[in-house]
Design a protein around this ligand. Sequence first.
Ligand code: ATP
Length: 467
Amino acid sequence: MNEELTGYQGPATMEKITSLAKRRGFVFQSSEIYGGQNGAWDYGPLGIELKNRIAQTWWKEMTQLHDNIVGLDAAILMHPRTWEASGHVENFTDPLVDCKKCKTRFRADQIPEKNLAEKQCPECGGELTNTRKFNLMFKTHIGPAEDSASIIYLRPETAQGIYVNYKNIIQSNRMKIPFGIAQIGKAFRNEIVTKNFIFRTCEFEQMEMQFFVKPGTDEEWFNTWREQRWQYYEKLGVKTNYLRWHRHGPDELAHYAKDAYDIEYLVPMGWRELEGVHNRTNYDLSRHTEFSGKDLQYIDQDNNNDRYIPFIIETSAGLTRTLLMLLCDAYDEEKVVNEKNPGAPEGTAGSTEEWRTVLRFHPGIAPVTVAVLPLMKKDGLAELAESIRSELKEDFATDYDQAGAIGRRYRRQDEAGTPFCVTIDYQSKDDGTITLRFRDSMEQVRIPRAGLAERIRQEIKEYKRIK
Ligand code: ATP
């Protein structure tokens, strides 16, 4: 059983995460030289590697490991009727209030009820405006004319691209119910409050899987998908006592949902939604049938050509939000004894203590899997290290660093979350061995170069987080 935490207990703060993310090239503020753009962020060299790795793990989990789930990449721009059918034009709104005095804008559902009732600003005590509804969809025009006939929306979720393709996929891929369609892609929401770094942004990425089932089997599938999605986070190696379920109460349940659970993670600012698992009933396909005039019933050829509109179980995770969660989950600071150079005589180093910042990513998702570090540039060590790196490149994301003291270089790799370092010294030249150094334990083992790639593969497979 998970012991649920009542409050965040790790060393991470949003300030530390944001500053590390910038310093090491995970995430930059969008258009920073112009003062930044609210709600938009850029992913730097380490960030894009991490984001790709999360997406690949999710994709493998959902498609490769399930015979009955196929992928899709639908366009961001969709026919505007899609959003009428989905209910977004009418219902995708947040309640908004402004403070007349300090001009701060709030989501009415996120400020204390007392302030709302008394129309009093929670920041400065000034008077609040009446609550008004604000649609979160970005609206623009397609083509040269800016009239009502040319309105088009940036999709606020990827799900609808799946629903409108459900018949195409049944026909082209001969899918039979139960089956699923998975998609990763950008979504856009005109969020009123975008603080907390990349947690809530106007432009973000989702990883969604819509699973089509026979009515009556929906509750069972709903439970199956809840289990599967929980296991996914266990596989990612995150601290499971920082994860919990939150079931939507009657007030929170979306208009289309029969039942809904969120997987929440305890980030420094508290428990926050990471992913939603929803039983969406037959709402979506019924609405698209009504609005498009197309028959979207499933014909069950194995059961006397029974016809029905499938129920949909949705698993909807934020890719960029998962990245933030993983940064918080991996972040650690600890006091360590300075690591000495491999082969250095006793007493020359290793006596001083220092703090290290380390990102304890699962090696399967770490942006860089292995860094190759020659002890010295001279005497052919750099060339030897380069040749080892070239060998490893085919299988792993690698980095190479020959600048500065070895201890400093280990610290740099720790901070980037690199699980393995390979150090090349004079002995390597003589006997073909290298030192493999582990990020979490800082343990070093000397092994023959020949079995290196295999050893790393094995270590990734058997990885167990120690802290
Ligand atoms: P919230 O209540 O946080 O606004 P939601 O319930 O509207 O989220 P869904 O529509 O269920 O979220 O979207 C599914 C997932 O997409 C969320 O669990 C989250 O991970 C991600 N997500 C939604 N909105 C944003 C956003 N503005 N920025 C980043 N990720 C988001």
